[in-house]
Design a protein around this ligand. Structure first.
Ligand code: PLP
Length: 426
């Protein structure tokens, strides 16, 4: 039976049979027992599916991955120990030293650093592009050794909406997949696969969990990118893998090749699985994702309108505001709402942002974002403090930008807290 997203949030991934637990059980075992050596050998040869070691697969982790795959409409998903690991693995599953990627410059600071610094140290070069550049300039950033385009559906912290159709067309014209970090709108508000995106990543740490209880990530595959049509670019998927007795992933696993390689190759060699306990906590969060996202958007819309009407506020970026540069794209790709994250700047110097935040009552200063509790951050002083002013501008972040992650408390109280913090600045 085809199910709607709210039903998948609750029932996806785990269907107990007679006498089994109603709630997804935590399978806290590193390993799984077999009766004959041959049974185990068949698993190692990938001839049969089954559990043998939690670094490669675990029933609790798998159930939650299946739920997220169903929410995104993908053929498979793999959970990772953090959002950072998901971003890294999504790339190195198809890139090796000597390769190149193109990425939007409007991305989370940690991802910006991972691509610009750490991938470079691994021999993978990244060219950052401003998604607002014209097509010609974006096309010119691709090279013969480019292996993918990466962007965020709604950028953290700038709140810019990626034009999926445009970037899908650009990436595919160069014979490479497009990978989108869909952390902020979540599949409840935005389903990038329906617009041609090939691979999705998530920091499940954020809205999917929603209660700040675990750090985690996920990579989801649409199964739609034709690796064999560009076989010379993706030898890891399309030619025999010596470490798996000459098995070729696309031949053996068809549309699931990318996900299976991510587990059997990257998880085998690099690790980075979540603890089953964390997947259990994530699953509890997912059960209310559809309810929470609607409330985050309703509250954020009211707060954004209040900020926009406030004389102390210099500017507000929120794609739900009709005056926002990305309003039309948001209406097209996420018509039911975007997310709860607002970027704004106070009039005056960048120190005003710091004074304002120090005056807040229950709204907390945390590095975290996309949580049930309203929280605030000044990226130039916190998450992005490793970036120079020039790099901040290159990443589309104004030095005065305050990131306000609107929670699901009573909105009148959120606005009252903002109001009293601003009043104390007079
Ligand atoms: N992607 C986005 C959009 C994020 O906001 C973050 C973290 O804030 C990450 C990825 C990285 O996730 P994690 O902190 O779980 O490693």
């Amino acid at each position: 039976m085809k199910k709607n997203l709210g039903t998948i949030c609750i029932h996806g991934g785990w269907k107990p049979s007679k006498g089994e637990p109603q709630q997804l059980p935590i399978c806290q075992s590193t390993t799984f027992r077999y009766e004959t050596s041959d049974q185990m050998a068949r698993l190692f040869d990938l001839e049969e599916e089954g559990y043998f070691y939690t670094r490669l697969a675990n029933p609790t982790n798998d159930a939650v991955a299946k739920k997220i795959a169903a929410l995104e409409g993908g053929v498979g998903a793999v959970l990772t120990s953090s959002g950072q690991a998901a971003s890294l693995f999504s790339i190195i599953n198809i890139c090796k030293s000597g390769d190149h990627i193109v990425s939007s410059n409007n991305i989370y600071g940690g991802t910006f650093n991972l691509f610009g610094v750490t991938l470079k140290q691994m021999g993978i070069e990244c060219t950052f592009v401003d998604p607002d550049w014209d097509d010609e300039r974006i096309h010119a950033s691709f090279r013969p050794n480019t292996k993918c385009f990466f962007g965020e559906s709604i950028s953290n912290p700038g709140g810019k909406v990626l034009d999926f159709e445009r970037f899908v067309a650009i990436a595919h014209s160069h014979g490479v997949p497009i990978i989108v970090d869909n952390t902020f709108p979540t599949p409840i508000n935005c389903r990038p696969f329906e617009w041609g995106v090939d691979i999705i990543t998530h920091a499940t740490t954020k809205y999917m969990d929603g209660h700040a209880t675990q750090v985690g990530g996920c990579v989801v595959d649409s199964g739609n990118f034709d690796w064999d049509a560009h076989a010379d670019k993706f030898p890891g998927l399309t030619t025999p893998d010596a470490s798996y007795h000459g098995l070729t992933y696309t031949k053996a696993f068809g549309r699931k090749a990318y996900c299976i390689k991510l587990v059997t190759h990257l998880m085998r060699d690099l690790g980075s699985i979540p603890a089953p306990q964390n997947s259990f906590l994530l699953n509890i969060g997912l059960e209310t994702l559809h309810l929470r996202m609607a409330k985050h958007c309703e509250n954020a819309q009211k707060v954004a309108e209040w900020l926009q009407a406030n004389p102390k506020v210099g500017w507000v970026n929120y794609a739900g505001l009709p005056t926002d540069k990305y309003y039309a794209l948001a209406q097209k790709y996420m018509p039911n709402g975007t997310c709860g994250v607002i970027a704004f700047g106070l009039k005056g110097s960048r120190e005003e942002a710091i004074r304002f935040m120090d005056n807040l009552d229950f709204i907390s200063i945390v590095t975290h974002v996309a949580d049930a509790r309203t929280c605030v951050l000044h990226p130039a002083s916190h998450t992005h403090r490793q970036l120079s002013d020039e790099q901040l501008r290159a990443a589309g972040i104004a030095p005065d930008l305050v990131r306000l992650s609107v929670g699901i408390e009573n909105v009148e109280d959120i606005i009252a807290d903002l109001e009293q913090a601003m009043a104390k600045m007079d």
